[in-house]
Design a binder for this molecule. Structure first.
Ligand code: HEC
Length: 332
């Protein structure tokens, strides 16, 4: 049976799916906690295990060597993650079949060894940085010139190839751009399709929620708070572990969980977020349903759709590090 149709609250002005999202969060980054943040109480001084705060201990257990993320490892790249059926009628770029074959058919060594990235706009550079997990500029609002130049003024082809699937996707998007008529600096659609196909398998992401709860954060032990969620057009139960920098949102309808979405704010070296989405049975999926302006919710591809709203527009190039986007204006 199809779930009941959800519509946007009338009193809320909602930005379109990919339109401007303000940012309230930001400032994510892979750095161990300073001390006993979160549930931790103790005052950790010195270096021995015995003096670690509870937060530091949990941190180590998840992010430390041999910790949960190391044990979980990366999902296989052989198969696409998949998810619920795409609805009829509206085709996302990521639905186009044949990405793997198209990428494999490209001779990426046709690209120069040193690739000039000067023709890419900041959003395209943002996706390149995200795919390659490159540290980007922090300084705002007036970025230090050195910081700007740190972001791929020139991309090393062979080092990028060696980065694995998402490195090949970036190079593929550059080559497809060059091959276009007229040539473009970057084939953004190809980049989106590649991010969709290879994102999950390049991250250390649990393929089911049970593993997530057992190894990383058992959010069910928290009551959480329920909000009216703008992007989900539903109620949403929010829970988090501030020590680990993990945020869990469960979209709810009539007490049923529609989906579980998770932000991991401390898993990356570029300060951006990792985006995880799970279906009602707790299986990792590569898509999710979100509000649109004026219409019914639509299914869109993760992590691209997530990045479109959790995008930090004040950082150049754009970075995906906004934990809690401010998206709606109450006009009453
Ligand atoms: C249409 C815009 C939009 C899209 C798309 C979107 N988000 Fe969000 N996200 C928001 C907004 C706005 C909030 C603030 C809370 C709310 O209204 O639900 C939020 C909050 C969250 C939170 C809770 C953060 C906290 O501080 O507790 C999580 C987790 C989350 N998003 C994960 C995701 C994931 C994963 C995806 C992709 C599968 C995604 N989001 C896609 C707009 C979006």
């Amino acid at each position: 049976m199809a779930p009941p149709m959800r519509t946007l609250p009338r009193t809320l002005l909602f930005a379109t799916l990919v339109a401007a999202c303000g940012d309230a969060g930001g400032g994510a980054g892979a750095a161990p906690p300073a001390g006993g943040e979160g549930e931790g109480e103790g005052e950790g001084e010195g270096e021995g295990e015995a003096t670690l705060t509870p937060c530091e201990r949990r941190w180590e257990a998840v992010y430390g060597p041999g910790g949960a993320l190391d044990r979980i490892g990366k999902p296989s790249c052989d198969e696409a993650v998949g998810g619920p059926e795409w609805p009829e009628g509206r085709e996302m770029f990521e639905q186009r079949p044949g990405f793997v074959e198209e990428l494999d058919a490209l001779d990426l060594t046709e690209l120069p060894e040193a690739i000039d990235m000067g023709g890419l706009n900041t959003l395209e550079l943002g996706y390149v940085g995200y795919a390659l997990e490159e540290p980007t500029c922090e300084t705002q609002p007036d970025p230090d010139p050195a910081c700007v130049s740190a972001v791929h003024p020139v991309l090393d082809r062979d080092a990028t190839l060696a980065q694995g699937p998402l490195g090949r996707v970036v190079l593929g998007a550059l080559l497809r751009g060059l091959q276009a008529d007229p040539p473009q600096a970057f084939d953004f659609v190809f980049m989106r399709r590649g991010l969709h196909r290879y994102y999950a398998c390049t991250r250390r992401i649990p393929t089911d929620l049970e593993t997530f709860r057992r190894e990383i954060f058992d959010y069910t032990t928290q009551e959480g708070r329920v909000i009216d969620s703008f992007p989900k057009v539903a109620q949403r139960r929010m829970r988090s572990d501030s020590c680990l920098g993990v945020y869990v949102g469960e979209a709810l309808l009539d007490g049923q969980i529609l989906d579980t979405e998770i932000l991991m704010t401390k898993t990356r070296t570029d300060g951006a977020l990792d985006f995880l989405a799970y279906d009602p049975d707790g299986r990792l999926v590569d898509r999710g349903e979100f509000a649109t302006a004026g219409g019914p919710p639509i299914m869109a591809a993760a992590p691209y759709v997530c990045t479109s709203c959790h995008l930090n527009r004040t950082v150049r190039p754009n970075r995906f590090d906004v934990q809690f986007p401010l998206m709606a204006v109450d006009v009453d």
